[in-house]
Write a protein that binds this ligand. Structure first.
Ligand code: 28F
Length: 642
């Protein structure tokens, strides 16, 4: 191999130090070295294409997962500039890919560096964290290529041929000595590409998975932009008005908003800053809420829908059943919050609020029938809220009257320190019985639920309070629901849903997750909700300690391990657990409740959002999509009791 002569100028030293820093502490640059960080590697490269699209030069992005987990991303933009920098003798393209934060356009010509959740760490980080990176550029009629390994230049940019058109193509293999896994999750990436396409009107993104046969391929292109986004979010919901409301404002801080009300009671507002999904909200959401409340109250008063004596509609009344997407572009966004997804720029509140006041009131004046439909719902929501408040007062009075303010079914624990306490919400009385006997009563409380829970999709807050199945959950947790929910009042640090691994269990889990998502969202955001993981199988043999298996893979592994110890399959008896009730208290304790040996799954916001979407599908008003969903998923239901 030809000796690689390299005089290390100041720039090269800086480059090497930069790469060194990235490879030493990858988590600082790409968020984590888990699958989330791996996906951010793809988002970083794709965001540079999106930047090129926002600048008006790229119309199509092609993403491919090649065999061996090589990622390929291609755009039809201008192509990264190839001229050699007079001083450093290094091409712009090589600079973009080797100097930290040199890439992209931080507030440059397009003004907004869109970026993955980690705010545009740039292509050089992806390069540093890849076993190899190949960059091919078509520009000025030429075809150029450069190649790196672990961020170090192996082949400098050189012209390797002629080319029609322009654009940039990057292929990279993430470094498996850095990332825990290279096993990209197709659905996760697909969801993000769909989101980017919705947010970037007219941009076409194709996505292929060529790791296995048959190849998976999907493409996203929405001329309707945010309007298509809201229609997609509402695809299984009955809507209050046919086409979404769309308002936008250009200028220093462009704002785009699409709104479409549904007949459901949940509030779904998705907010974005420079295409980053700001899950924790922030000033743009605050401005949107304030504008919405003001416009609808003003309209209701000026059209005599609200009488002089009537109270103002509250924000939560106006947002009941709303699906909205708020997308702002901010030059220097300040992100706050636990996962850096809350917008902090205070000036944005006023910008969004005044834009909503201006554009939404005009829309309502021009579309009185839409205004009327929405306001009718707001009015009935405010009446239901009043009824819920009265019901809550009643529940409080009633429970204060009773000696035990806690539901009769709750077997409480002796400790009162919420931090260490946990409550198991158990499906069915039999399981509840053995859970009560098997538990450690110092810190474990048991709340048995019986039969099908209330279908919270159809019920409003006033029905939730009075409901005799959900009420015990509300009172046991002790922190109220909805706008009243106060996370500091929870009586247990862990709320653990323990249900069977069958269809009924899945139903209860979905209902409870939807209920927590809609009426106790902070409980999920704060990581207090868990799913107990009971074993699926028990392998036993005389004279041998029972072996519990939690998944089919576990079972296979157990067979192999036992075979190595000379115990063959036909010597073992296999019990498949159909329900928690089949376990005696000791087994339930050992396998599912003992903190030393149990497996608990912490519920994340993503799980809850998925449950909510599935819930809407299964329990909402639209019948057709439900049939489709069940047909599509029926094959996965292994243990349907026939
Ligand atoms: C598959 C990945 O990275 N596409 C890109 C461009 C285009 C320009 C550019 C990129 C250094 C700092 C300016 C071209 N012509 N796809 C991509 N396409 N970077 S990355 O410029 C980076 C320069 O800012 C570009 C004129 N201006 C900009």
């Amino acid at each position: 191999m030809e000796k690689y002569k390299h005089k290390y100028g100041a720039e090269q030293i800086q480059v090497l130090e930069g790469l060194e820093a990235v490879r030493k502490r990858p988590g600082m640059y790409i968020g984590s070295t888990s699958i989330r960080g791996l996906h951010h590697m793809v988002y970083e490269i794709v965001d540079n294409c999106v930047d090129e699209a926002l600048a008006g030069y790229c119309t199509e992005i092609n993403v491919v997962i090649e065999p061996g987990n090589v990622i390929s991303v291609k755009d039809d933009g201008r192509g990264i500039p190839v001229e050699i920098h007079p001083k450093t003798k290094i091409s712009t393209a090589e600079t973009v890919y080797t100097v930290l934060h040199a890439g992209g356009k931080f507030g440059g010509d397009s003004g907004y560096k869109v970026s993955g959740g980690l705010h545009g760490v740039g292509a050089s980080v992806v390069n540093a964290l890849s076993a190899w990176t190949e960059v091919t550029i078509k520009r000025d009629g030429g075809l150029y290529q450069m190649y790196f390994e672990k961020g170090k230049t192996v082949r400098k940019l050189e012209r390797i041929g002629d080319a029609e058109g322009t654009g940039t193509k990057v292929r990279f293999l993430a470094d498996n000595t850095i990332f825990e896994t290279l096993d990209y999750d197709y659905e996760t990436l697909e969801k993000r590409f769909r989101e980017i396409a919705f947010l970037t009107k007219g941009l076409k993104i194709t996505f292929e998975d060529r790791r296995e046969e048959p190849i998976k391929k999907n493409e996203f292109c929405y001329q309707g932009g945010l309007i298509s986004f809201v229609e997609y979010l509402n695809k299984n919901k009955e809507t209050l008005h046919k086409s979404p409301i769309y308002i936008e404002k250009d200028g220093e801080t462009p704002v785009e908003i699409a709104i479409q009300y549904t007949t459901s009671y949940s509030e779904n507002i998705y907010t974005f800053v420079n295409n980053i999904h700001t899950i924790e909200g922030g000033t743009h959401l605050e401005g949107f809420k304030r504008g919405l409340t003001k416009v609808f109250n003003d309209y209701a008063r000026s059209h005599n829908i609200l009488k002089e004596k009537d109270q103002n509609l509250q924000g939560e009344d106006i947002r009941e059943g709303i699906t909205a997407v708020v997308s702002v572009k901010v030059k220097n966004p300040q992100f706050e919050g636990q996962t850096k997804t809350k917008l902090g720029n205070s000036e944005v509140t006023g910008i969004v609020q005044s834009m909503v006041n201006e554009a939404l009131s005009t829309f309502l004046e021009e579309n009185p029938q839409v205004a009327k439909a929405i306001l009718e719902k707001c009015i009935s929501a405010s009446r239901a809220r009043e009824a819920a408040r009265r019901a809550r007062e009643l529940v409080r009075k009633k429970s204060n009257l009773e000696t035990s303010t806690l539901p009769g079914k709750l077997a409480d624990c002796s400790s009162k320190n919420a931090e260490e306490c946990e409550v198991y919400i158990v499906e069915g009385d039999s399981a509840g019985g053995s859970a009560k006997q098997g538990r450690d009563r110092k810190f474990q409380a048991i709340l048995p639920l019986w039969g099908k829970m209330l279908n919270v999709e159809k019920a409003r807050a006033d029905k939730i309070y009075g409901n005799d199945k959900l009420n015990p959950v509300i009172v046991a947790i002790g922190a109220g629901i909805g706008a009243d929910f106060d996370i500091t009042k929870i009586r247990y640090g862990k709320v653990i849903i323990m249900a069977d691994a069958d269809v009924d269990g899945a139903h209860i889990r979905t209902l409870l997750l939807t209920f927590f998502f809609r009426y106790m969202r902070p409980l999920i955001e704060n990581g207090n909700v868990y799913l107990a993981q009971p074993p699926l199988y028990k392998l036993s043999k005389k004279g041998m300690k029972d072996v519990y298996c939690y998944t089919d893979d576990d079972l296979e592994k157990a067979y192999k391990d036992l075979a190595e110890k000379g115990i063959q399959r036909d010597q073992l008896s296999l019990q498949r657990y159909k329900g928690l009730g089949e376990m005696n208290p000791d087994q339930l304790w050992d396998t599912t409740m003992n903190p030393e040996t149990r497996i608990l799954i912490k519920v994340t916001m993503d799980d809850a959002i998925k449950a909510d979407a599935i819930f809407t599908l299964l329990m909402g008003d639209e019948v057709e999509p439900r049939r489709e969903f069940i047909q599509q998923n029926a094959k996965y239901v292994k243990n349907l009791d026939v």
